[in-house]
Write a protein that binds this ligand. Structure first.
Ligand SMILES: [Mg+2]
Length: 224
C-alpha cells in the first residue's frame, strides 16, 4: 500500500493535520504525568475504582475514555481537568521542526489545513496564537467535549472537516503520528501520511498501512 511521499502529496488538495506530533510536542519527556494525575483526581474523589493501568498511566486520554465508560458522574470534571492540563502544556510545548514551514507552504500553494486532534481546541488555538500560526489553519477541530468515544480513530471529525472544506475524502490527506491517525484516515476514506517522530515509532505505523511514511515535516513540504 505504501507509495512514495511525493506521489501521495501530489494528489492532495487539503490536509487534515494532527496536532501533538506533527505540529508540537505537547508533553515533552514524560511531562504527561502531571496531567495524568489531574484527570484522575475527580475519579478518586468520587471513590470510583480504577484498574492498575488506568491508575498509573501518563496518557490522560486513556483516563478520559475510562471515565466515560465507568465514571460518567464525574466525566465533566475529568474533561475539564484534561482541557486545563492541555492548555497549560500548550504554553510551553516546543514546535515540531518544519511545522511552521509546512503550514506556510500549504497556504502558499492553496491547500487548506484543518487541525484534527484528540486534544482540546482551546489548547491548540493557544499554541497557534503563541507561534503566529493562527491564520494558516482553518479551522481547528479538537476533541468533542466529554465525548471521548468520538475521538480518532472515529471518523466524526473527518465528516465535519470535509463539510467545512466542501471536498470529498479522495482529495484530502491526514497527517498524524499515531496508528489511530492512520486508522481514522482509513475509516474516513482519506489518504494518509504517517509522521514517525523517531525510528522506533515506524514499525507500529507501518502495521496500519499508511499511504506514505515520513520522518520529517520538511520532507512533506519539499513535495508541495
Ligand atoms: Mg499525535
Amino acid at each position: 500500500m505504501s507509495e512514495s511521499l511525493a506521489a501521495v502529496v501530489g494528489g492532495v488538495e487539503a490536509f487534515l493535520l494532527d496536532f501533538d506530533g506533527p505540529v508540537c510536542d505537547l508533553f515533552p519527556s514524560g511531562s504527561g504525568s502531571r496531567i495524568g494525575d489531574g484527570v484522575r483526581t475527580p475519579i478518586l474523589a468520587a471513590g470510583i475504582a480504577m484498574p492498575e493501568p488506568i491508575a498509573s498511566t501518563v496518557e490522560h486520554l486513556r483516563v478520559l475514555r475510562y471515565a466515560a465508560e465507568h465514571a460518567a458522574e464525574v466525566l465533566d470534571e475529568v474533561e475539564q481537568a484534561a482541557v486545563q492540563g492541555e492548555i497549560e502544556a500548550a504554553r510551553t510545548a516546543p514546535i515540531t521542526p518544519g511545522a511552521a514551514d509546512f503550514l506556510a507552504a500549504c497556504a502558499r500553494t492553496g491547500r487548506p489545513v484543518v487541525i484534527i486532534s484528540n486534544n482540546a481546541a482551546a489548547a491548540i488555538e493557544l499554541f497557534l496564537d503563541c507561534h503566529d500560526l493562527t491564520g494558516l489553519v482553518t479551522p481547528v477541530l479538537g476533541r468533542p467535549y466529554a465525548r471521548p468515544e468520538l475521538m480518532k480513530p472515529d471518523p466524526f471529525n473527518a465528516t465535519q472537516a470535509l463539510r467545512l472544506l466542501d471536498r470529498g475524502p479522495a482529495s484530502c490527506c491526514m497527517i498524524g503520528d499515531e496508528p489511530t491517525d492512520v486508522q481514522f484516515a482509513h475509516n474516513a476514506g482519506l489518504s494518509s501520511i504517517a509522521y514517525a517522530k523517531s525510528p522506533r515509532h515506524e514499525a507500529a505505523l507501518r502495521e496500519v498501512a499508511p499511504h506514505a511514511l515520513t520522518q520529517s515535516m520538511s520532507a512533506v513540504t519539499a513535495c508541495l
